[in-house]
Design a binder for this molecule. Structure first.
Ligand code: WTA
Length: 644
C-alpha cells in the first residue's frame, strides 16, 4: 500500500501538464531571477522590480525584488475593481450557526469595506510601520483588518482567537504593538469566546507595559462589553467612506508578523515582507489549486494561522478568486456541516487539515454521502502528515475518486506551499506531499549534516532562497539565524524529518525537534513545560508528543511536584486548567503523569528520547539507559505509564 500511486480517471486540462512542470521547474532553479521576475508580473507594481533574489544564508540576509514598490491591498482588492471585475464575488461569509443569515461581498463591496476599516484604523492613530494586533473571530472583519493594515502600510500581527489572555499579552508585548482590533465575542460551535474581555485581561497583565493607544471593537454577537474611555472604540462608529489611498510600499517592507512556536523559548514573531510574500502566495495559489475564474474556493483554516494568511487573506484575493469565510467548526450543528457548506455555496475546492478529516471519518460515511458534493473538484490538506487511511477516505468517499488531492507541505516560515503534487501534472501517492514547487531545492542530510542522495531518509533542508521565505524574527535577527540556519550551516533547516523515494517524491515524517503538532497546530514542548512549572505545586515538567488517532499528536506531560505535594485527580484537573489558562485550550494536556523524577544524565540533561518512547508505550527500544543518573527510574516511569 505504501508508495501506491493514485491516478485520476478523468483529468481536466490544467494550467500545468507533467511536461510543463519539468520545464518550469528546471527553469526556476537554473534561472531563479528570470523565473521569479516573470512570476512577479502577476502583481501590479507601482515600480516594477528589476532585481530578483539577493540573499545569503551565511550570514543570513534575504531580499527579493528589492527595488520594486507595490501595495498588496491594492493587488488583492482595488486592482480587480479597476479591471472591471468589481461585480465578481470576493467573500461568502458562512456564520457559525447555519440558521443565521450569511453575507456575500463583491470585489467592489470589499473595496468599500476595506476603506471603511482603514479609515477606522487611521482614526485611532494607526500609521505606516505601526504594529496592529488583530484578535478576531473568523468573520469578514478579520480579513478586512488585515487588508486595511496592508493598505496603510501598517504591520499586522494576527493572534489566534483561541489563545488565552496571557498568550495574547506576550504577543502584544513581543512586537510593542500599540493598537488592537478585536470583536465583542467570537462564536465557535455555538460556544461564545469572550474576545474583548480577553484583550482587557491581557492588557491588565502585570508585566504588560506597552501602552495601548487605541482599540477597535467590532460588534458581532452584541453582548455587553466594557469599553475604556479614550482607548476603546466601536468599529462602526469610526468607519467612514472617505477616500483612503493605498500606501506604496517597498517590496522588502514588512507586511506582517506571525508568532509561531519553536523548540526553545517563547514563540517567535516571524516576519514576512510585501513583495516576495505577495508573489509567492499569488503563484502557489494559482498553480497548486489550478483555480479558474468563477470557481469557489474554501480554506477552513483560521486567519490566526499562516494557512489563513496565505490562502484566505492573500493568495485567493490576489488571484481575484471567490472564497468562503467560515466562522464555525466541522461538527456543529452536526458532522455533516462541511458538506452542507459545500452544497450551499457550490464549493469547488476544499482545503483543510488531516485532523478534521480523521475526526469526520470516525463519524461514518453517512454524514458525507447524504450530501450532494458534486461541485467539489479538488481537495487539499495541510498542517501535518496525512495517514494513508485518512487520505483514502478523503479521496474515495469525500471526493468520490473524482477529485485530485493536493497534500501541501509548508510552514509559517515558508510563507506558502513548498512541496506538493500539482493537480493532474503528477500522480498522487497517499501519504506523500509529492514534488518541490518551482524554485524549491530540498535536500536531505544526516544528523552530522552529510548530504544524502537518492531514495533515502533524513532531515529536510532547503538550500536556496525563495520569494516567500520569512526574512527575520521580529527584533531578533540573531535568533532567526540561530534557529533556522545554524544546525546545518548555509542551509535553511525546516525542523522536519523526511523520506525521499525513487520517484523523487517527498514523504514528511514529522518534526525532529522539540516541536509537536497537535491537530495541525504547532506547539513548543518548552512552552507547555513553562506553563506547568509556573504552577505553585509543580517542581519540574517535561513534555513530549505521542501518536494520537485524531489529533495526530497528543500532549504527554511528566510532572514532578514540590515536596509535600501529592499527585491526585484534583491536581490533574487543576494543572490542565492551568495550562489552558496560560496558553489556551489547544495546549490542553492529554496525559499528565506524576513522577518522582525525570530521567536525566549525570550532567543533568533530561533524556527526552526515553520519555517519548514511554509515552508511545514503546518499551522495547528505550536504547541505552546506562548513562542515566538513576537508571531505576525508568521502571517506575513505565509502571506509571501503564497505570494511566
Ligand atoms: C507540518 C502550517 C506533513 C510540518 C502550514 C511543518 C506537514 C509544520 C504538512 C508547520 C504536510 C505542514 N505534511 N507535515 N502536508 N504541512 N506540516 O508553521 O511538521 O503551522 O514543519 O505551518 O507542520 O506548521 P505551521
Amino acid at each position: 500500500m505504501l508508495n501506491a500511486v493514485q491516478r485520476l480517471d478523468t483529468a481536466r486540462e490544467t494550467n500545468c501538464t507533467p511536461e510543463m512542470y519539468e520545464q518550469l521547474y528546471r527553469r526556476s532553479v537554473e534561472d531563479p531571477d528570470g523565473f521569479w521576475l516573470e512570476q512577479a508580473k502577476r502583481l501590479e507594481w507601482v515600480t516594477p522590480p528589476t532585481k530578483g533574489g539577493d540573499w545569503s544564508y551565511d550570514p543570513v540576509g534575504i531580499e527579493w525584488f528589492a527595488d520594486g514598490t507595490l501595495n498588496l491591498c491594492h493587488n488583492a482588492v482595488d486592482r480587480h475593481v479597476e479591471a472591471g471585475r468589481g461585480d465578481a464575488t470576493a467573500l461568502i461569509f458562512e456564520p457559525d450557526d447555519p440558521a443565521t443569515p450569511g453575507r456575500s461581498l463583491t470585489y467592489a463591496e470589499l473595496r468599500g469595506e476595506v476603506v471603511r476599516m482603514a479609515n477606522a484604523l487611521k482614526a485611532i492613530g494607526v500609521k505606516r510601520g505601526d504594529r496592529v494586533t488583530i484578535y478576531m473571530p473568523m468573520i469578514v472583519e478579520g480579513v478586512l483588518a488585515m487588508l486595511a493594515c496592508a493598505r496603510l502600510g501598517a504591520i499586522h500581527s494576527v493572534v489566534f482567537g483561541g489563545f488565552s489572555p496571557e498568550a495574547l499579552a506576550g504577543r502584544i508585548e513581543g512586537c510593542a504593538s500599540r493598537f488592537v482590533v478585536t470583536a465583542d465575542e467570537g462564536l465557535r460551535g455555538s460556544k461564545r469566546v469572550p474576545l474583548k474581555a480577553n484583550v482587557d485581561a491581557a492588557l491588565a497583565e502585570p508585566d504588560h507595559d506597552t501602552p495601548i493607544d487605541g482599540m477597535l471593537v467590532v460588534r458581532h454577537t452584541g453582548t455587553e462589553v466594557t469599553m475604556t474611555e479614550g482607548r476603546d472604540h466601536w468599529y462602526h462608529e469610526l468607519a467612514s467612506d472617505e477616500e483612503c489611498p493605498c500606501e506604496p510600499m517597498g517590496a522588502e517592507d514588512p507586511l506582517f508578523i506571525l508568532y509561531t512556536s519553536g523548540s526553545t523559548g517563547k514563540p517567535k514573531g516571524v516576519v514576512h515582507t510585501t513583495g516576495g510574500y505577495g508573489v509567492w502566495t499569488a503563484t502557489t495559489f494559482s498553480y497548486v489549486f489550478d483555480y479558474r475564474p468563477g470557481e469557489v474556493f474554501w480554506c477552513t483554516a483560521d486567519i490566526g494561522w499562516i494557512t489563513g494568511h496565505s490562502y484566505i487573506a492573500y493568495g485567493p484575493l490576489l488571484n481575484g478568486a471567490t472564497q468562503v469565510v467560515f466562522e464555525g467548526v466541522p461538527n456543529y450543528p452536526d458532522h455533516g456541516r462541511f458538506w452542507d457548506v459545500v452544497d450551499k455555496h457550490q464549493v469547488n475546492f476544499l482545503y483543510t487539515a488531516p485532523t478534521a478529516i480523521r475526526a469526520l471519518m470516525r463519524e461514518g460515511d453517512a454524514f458525507v454521502t447524504s450530501r450532494n458534493r458534486s461541485s467539489l473538484r479538488l481537495l487539499g490538506t495541510v498542517g501535518e502528515p496525512i495517514n494513508p487511511e485518512a487520505w483514502r477516505w478523503y479521496f474515495d468517499v469525500v471526493g468520490e475518486k473524482r477529485c485530485p488531492i493536493v497534500d501541501t507541505w509548508w510552514q509559517t516560515e515558508t510563507g506558502g506551499v513548498m512541496i506538493t503534487t500539482l493537480p493532474n501534472a503528477h500522480d498522487m501517492k497517499p501519504g506523500s506531499a509529492g514534488k518541490p514547487f518551482f524554485g524549491i531545492r530540498p535536500q536531505l542530510v544526516d544528523n552530522d549534516g552529510a548530504v544524502l542522495e537518492g531514495a533515502t531518509e533524513g532531515n529536510l533542508c532547503i538550500t536556496h532562497s525563495w520569494p516567500g521565505q520569512a526574512r527575520t524574527v521580529y527584533g531578533d535577527h540573531e535568533r532567526f539565524e540561530q534557529t533556522y540556519f545554524s544546525t546545518y550551516k548555509g542551509k535553511y533547516f525546516t525542523g522536519d524529518g523526511c523520506k525521499r523515494d525513487e520517484d523523487g517524491y517527498y514523504w514528511i515524517t514529522g518534526r525532529v525537534d522539540d516541536v509537536i503538532n497537535v491537530s495541525g497546530h504547532r506547539m513548543g514542548t518548552a512552552e507547555v513545560e513553562s506553563a506547568l512549572v509556573s504552577h505553585a505545586k509543580v517542581s519540574e515538567a517535561a513534555v513530549v508528543g505521542y501518536p494520537h488517532d485524531i489529533k495526530g499528536q497528543g500532549i504527554y506531560c511528566y510532572v514532578t511536584l514540590n515536596a509535600g505535594e501529592e499527585g491526585s485527580d484534583a491536581l490533574y484537573a487543576e494543572l490542565r486548567g492551568h495550562v489552558r489558562k496560560e496558553i489556551g485550550p489547544i495546549a490542553s494536556p492529554d496525559h499528565i503523569q506524576f513522577t518522582d523524577g525525570l530521567p536525566k544524565t549525570r550532567s543533568g540533561k533530561i533524556m527526552r528520547r526515553i520519555l517519548r518512547k514511554i509515552a508511545e508505550n514503546d518499551y522495547g527500544s528505550l536504547g541505552d539507559t546506562s548513562t542515566l543518573a538513576d537508571p531505576s527510574l525508568v521502571d517506575r516511569l513505565i509502571e506509571g505509564r501503564q497505570n494511566r
